[in-house]
Design a protein around this ligand. Sequence first.
Ligand SMILES: *[C@@H]1O[C@H](CO)[C@@H](O)[C@H](O)[C@H]1NC(C)=O
Ligand SMILES: *[C@@H]1O[C@H](CO)[C@@H](O)[C@H](O)[C@H]1NC(C)=O
Ligand SMILES: *[C@@H]1O[C@H](CO)[C@@H](O)[C@H](O)[C@H]1NC(C)=O
Ligand SMILES: *[C@@H]1O[C@H](CO)[C@@H](O)[C@H](O)[C@H]1NC(C)=O
Length: 448
Amino acid sequence: MAYMAGRWRCLLAVAVAAVLSAAGGAGAQETCSGAVPAPPKRGEWVSVASFGGAGDGRTLNTAAFAAAVASIERRRAPGGGLLYVPPGVWLTGPFNLTSHMTLFLSRGAVIRATQDTSSWPLIDPLPSYGRGREMPGKRYKSLIHGNGLQDVFITGANGTIDGQGSVWWDMWKKGTLPFTRPHLLELMDSSDVIVSNLVFRDSPFWNIHPVYCSNVVIRNLTILAPHDSPNTDGIDPDSSSNVCIEDCYISTGDDLVAIKSGWDEYGIAYGRPSSDITVRRITGSSPFAGFAVGSETSGGVENVLAEHLNFFSSGFGVHIKTNSGRGGFIRNVTVSDVTLDNVRYGLRIAGDVGDHPDEHYNHNALPKVDSLTIKNVQGQNIKEAGSIKGIASSAFSRICLSNIKLHGSVPVRPWKCESVSGGALDLQPSPCTELTSTSGTSFCTNSL
Ligand SMILES: *[C@@H]1O[C@H](CO)[C@@H](O)[C@H](O)[C@H]1NC(C)=O
Ligand SMILES: *[C@@H]1O[C@H](CO)[C@@H](O)[C@H](O)[C@H]1NC(C)=O
Ligand SMILES: *[C@@H]1O[C@H](CO)[C@@H](O)[C@H](O)[C@H]1NC(C)=O
Ligand SMILES: *[C@@H]1O[C@H](CO)[C@@H](O)[C@H](O)[C@H]1NC(C)=O
């Protein structure tokens, strides 16, 4: 034990040094450092191996993870506890985290989800969704789950969280899913959370889902799933505030980063926006969008900055989407410094995207979309510039496009616009007339 404790201490020191050097060396490059207080030095280290676990890829470690977390919770060591996952393949069902803890996956450690889907517990639907996102009623608990937590650090030396999602994707494809699929990591109603330096692979559903959270940093992750895996969104901040996401490589089967805030009448009633969200230096590829807002935005989305994005072989570069019945708002969103290569649509802003939870949604709940700036976008191998289509009785306003240059091997198909006002400066292909009337131009010039 003494030897192991020394080793964990050393690994933790390496992890802390990496975090500190990232913070100290900020210099030229902006980072999320400071968005969340640095976790304190944990007073206790435990290994999942000491709780009857085995990293042999066959032993089911659900009870070992639960016991290790319970031990950290019970002992309340000063500064909290660190749960160390040694090299090896740690097969497990879902388990909960607790407050004031670090989950540390060493290099070569894999937390692998069991494919025995019948053993996954069910939890209540989110109040802002009213039901499971894809099936009515309850939903499967995420592989790694936290509710009502504070001061949680999920990190490692590039260890892997592997969802083995193919069984779930097959059930979705065959239409045999009894309930909504689980996320790899979901944190509900939690604050002061950092997720870093890990690989997430083959999630059954969305990969990382902070919902009703504040003060969240997600950085330096690799998130992978096949392009044909259904709904494997990378990172979906949902009804959460002060979220900073940076330096991730994401290639999955759905939107790489999508900011959400609840679904139709349930999201409107819950009324919790996503606000103050920074997304930067994301690279990757998706059959859908690189960066998205929506389509579930019924609690509202505001004060978003997404910059230095680099997407290739994707459906959309940027996709901002809502629908009649959603209500809510999307406002004060800036997306800048984007490079696109081999992307079908450069940009789409749309008021007719996404399904409804049930027949009780309010058809007259129209979203308000105002003050979006998209600037400094360079694209090659682009097929269509894209479209900006508001809702006839709720036109999108103050939409500013600036310095967007989209090129293709054949001429890029032009912008399509409807029910939108705003301004456009320096666009290739040239902008639609809706954005070149004088009314919106001063807003556009001022917002640059
Ligand atoms: C884990 O979290 C879920 C959802 O928040 C909760 O229902 C469940 O009781 C927790 N389980 C344990 C063992 O604490
Ligand atoms: C990013 O994570 C990798 C391991 O996944 C680590 O080697 C590297 O130091 C991390 N970078 C920063 C800036 O923390
Ligand atoms: C972490 O693992 C991913 C996936 O295997 C790999 O692409 C990446 O290069 C690794 N990063 C480091 C720093 O080892
Ligand atoms: C718009 O959002 C940015 C963050 O991206 C924030 O700094 C700024 O204060 C917001 N502006 C308004 C008018 O709320």
